[in-house]
Design a protein around this ligand. Sequence first.
Ligand SMILES: Nc1ncnc2c1ncn2[C@@H]1O[C@H](COP(=O)(O)OP(=O)(O)OP(=O)(O)O)[C@@H](O)[C@H]1O
Ligand SMILES: [Mg+2]
Length: 422
Amino acid sequence: MKKFLYGIDFGTTNSALSIFDEEKQEILTTILIPSLIYFPNQVSSDGTLNYVVGETAISSYLSDGMDGRFIKSIKQILSKSSFTETRIQNKRYTASNLVALILKELKSRADEIIGFDCKKAIIGRPVFFDDDSSQQDVLAQTRLSKAAELSGFTEVRFQFEPIGAAFAYEKTLIKKENVLVADLGGGTTDFTYLVLDPEKVGSSNRTDDLMATGGIYIGGDSFDSAFMWEKGTPYFGKHTQYEATPGKVLTVPKSLFANICTWDKMNFFNGLRIKKDIENYYYFSGNDPQFKNLITLIDNNLAYSVFQSIEETKIGLSKKDVTPFSYANMGIAIQEDITIDQYNEIIHKDIQKISTYLDEFMEKNNIRADEIDSLFLTGGTSLVRAIQHLFKRKFPNVKVNTGDNFTSVSKGLAYSSYLFDN
Ligand SMILES: Nc1ncnc2c1ncn2[C@@H]1O[C@H](COP(=O)(O)OP(=O)(O)OP(=O)(O)O)[C@@H](O)[C@H]1O
Ligand SMILES: [Mg+2]
């Protein structure tokens, strides 16, 4: 019987699975899906809850008028001990249950291709799941491991995502090199510094080649949140004024708007008390039309579609100097040109944090810029121009290589089959 294993990159935004043929020692194919789950409100005729995973999760959610539960960035809840479970139509879902839905989807598509139930997987993990504590890190990996088990995998190994990316790059090399790999994703930015040698691809022990790994909890999602805060929230009433007491005019609390900047805070608005507060601000603002947009956003679950427009603007600015930020839905009308300079200013703080972290990483691990032979940048966020400039500025004399931004991690995980050797 043929032998296969799967390299699985469960990402904040996208997840990929590479099918590795263990006999031929090569990748058969790679499957890539967005890490999204949609639970429509209607229950299917046999009473079971139906759900949709991947690309069709977006289309179904939008065509159902954004009704039902739409779940994105699930990876970010893996490390949150405050998250225990969520109820979806009277069924309880733990973090592992939700992640398993993504893993199962990938597994079943891959099993279909190879024609049998493959139980062996190398699953990627960021260097740090969370900035806060090692306890949360352990929790996240335990939950991921449980999700793999629930998806039908019985033989599982974990590998750091940036090492996966490095091994994919190693396949393209013709000589030995000292390489700094940066994998910039939706949730995290991970680094690894290692010796890559095309003669060692897939070989058993690479511990001696691995010189340093590190990471920081900043990625493309952080840029989108910063953009929402600066450019989005004014359209939703960040500057709205209301009459607090007769004759005393105040601006509505800014803290309200922090909750529409990150996905996991959106459910803040579900509380009855906050709903009442929002009604009051609206009334005492004299029905401010911008503040009404906030109510429309909350009542109709429009956050995902607004964030889609924000992402489109970001992607546009990766190539062009000016890109529109536009959104038109249910009376909300946003139309504004954003220049690359404005965008760079908005994400400046995050870029600075990545820069400072990288300096510390180099210093702590005694890495000198002049000993690095090449840089390998991967992950969707490596396409952001400010990120590319950051690396050019820091390493002016080092050649920069890029690979397949969305699949290099899963491919390299599949090339890590040596992890099963002992
Ligand atoms: N052309 C582009 N320009 C800028 N950003 C982009 C582009 N294409 C995708 N992105 C961003 O890249 C991110 C997704 O990248 P990727 O798929 O590598 O992340 P991930 O693996 O899901 O996340 P993580 O590794 O952090 O768990 C998103 O924030 C997305 O908006
Ligand atoms: Mg990734």
